[in-house]
Write a protein that binds this ligand. Sequence first.
Ligand SMILES: Cc1cc2nc3c(=O)[nH]c(=O)nc-3n(C[C@H](O)[C@H](O)[C@H](O)COP(=O)(O)O)c2cc1C
Length: 139
Amino acid sequence: MFLTRLIYVSTATEKFASSSLEDILQVGRLNNTKNGITGMLCFKEKYFIQCLEGSRKAINHTYNKILKDERHTNVVLLEYSQINVREFNDWCMGYIPTSHFTEPLILKYSKSAVFRPYDMSRASAYMLLLEFKKNYTSF
Ligand SMILES: Cc1cc2nc3c(=O)[nH]c(=O)nc-3n(C[C@H](O)[C@H](O)[C@H](O)COP(=O)(O)O)c2cc1C
């Protein structure tokens, strides 16, 4: 089964309470480890960006569950592609705290320093996630 990378952006709904993030990370980490999925989740203001890597079957299965989750809405797929190597192989579900979304970093990959992930290209979103990972790992 081909190794696949999926990236989407979405918007938190009112059902996303403050406790939801911990729940999502806990359940996600458990499931992703079981299913051989690696990746990263970011949340800022009300927006999510998530990158998932794994077998096509596991990615499709997980994404279908994520799509039905009422804690977020307006899920827009930015990337679904066949890849040769994982970038987040150490992270079953890395999470980047909001404080790491600095304005200079957002500006580097966006039209402005305001975080508007729906306006980002597939490549910009992916490169931003890679840069988060690089900075976060070296902290
Ligand atoms: C923004 C967001 C990201 C999520 N990411 C994952 C994920 O990476 N893996 C996962 O299994 N569930 C993830 N979930 C949770 C799923 O929507 C769903 O609640 C969960 O997979 C159900 O797990 P279960 O089938 O074990 O009950 C995410 C939910 C949201 C709102």
